[in-house]
Design a protein around this ligand. Sequence first.
Ligand code: PMV
Length: 318
Amino acid sequence: MVKASAPGKLMLFGEHAVIYDKPCIVASVDHRISVSLEKRNDNNIILTAPELSIKNQIISDNLEKSHFKKVSFILAAVNNFFKKCDLKSGLDIKTQSEFSDKIGLGSSSAVIVAAIKGLSELFKIKMNEKEIFDLSYQTVLDVQGLGSGFDVAAAVYGGILLFVTGGKIISPIEITDMPLVVGYTGIKADTPTLVKMIGEKLLKEPDRVNGIFNEIENIVNLAKVEIGNKDWRKVGHLMNLNQDLLRRLGISSKELENLIKAALDSGAYGAKLSGAGGGDCMIALADKENSNNVKRAIEKAGGKIIEAKIPAEGVRSE
Ligand code: PMV
């Protein structure tokens, strides 16, 4: 039996614009998903996923019918791995998750990456990080049809990364900690719908939306330097500028705005939504001494604090 785990992620800067070839900055978080794999003597792929209340279920025959996105992702990862390596085997697969699928920390990408790493160990096929990234990203596109792959990169490489769509650039920003506070709105973001909505806006108002994307690109490039410098005051200011541009794209929400305001009013250097918008999590940057104040303010405004350390290690064998 083998076991591999991969971390979740938070988008720090550059969401949406990254779909249109602009850079973004993504951080891995120390909430992991692990996948255990064992060969079977028959051809069945059997899944146990306690977080989905799935126990010993044959998943090999019912990809179309699977209403759990995570099950589709796992099966697609297995199929893509077998196709690439010209292999076939039955498998017992068990997942274990340290975070809920609902909060937007990237459970789909983490489970795909952990599964592919585990498969490469089980069948003794050497794969480097870029090969794991490419196969995992292909799996995301096969199931979901869209996405930049920033979440896959965080799950594979860990750390804090400057990232360009499809992995054209994956460049680490070398720091070991970032004092981020994470507040969950309680609302599940609908990423595909929001990505499509921005696509439609871009068609209708290309000059305005491209102008916003260009401004986001500038912010990302400045943020890369200031994160490296650990100048949290400047990074916070850049977060506020990025959030303002996301507002102008129309993807913030009342709940996100309430938590962002609470964080800023209680002394955070900066705060913004993280990810597609419409829900999921917001992030705030606050000195260690002030972080309890910021957390309390976010909770008072209706948010739930997700305790998370940033950055975390990328995919690994357990
Ligand atoms: O909603 P999330 O956390 O999956 O983030 C989506 C970020 C986008 O830039 C909107 C989409 C993407 O794949 O980059």
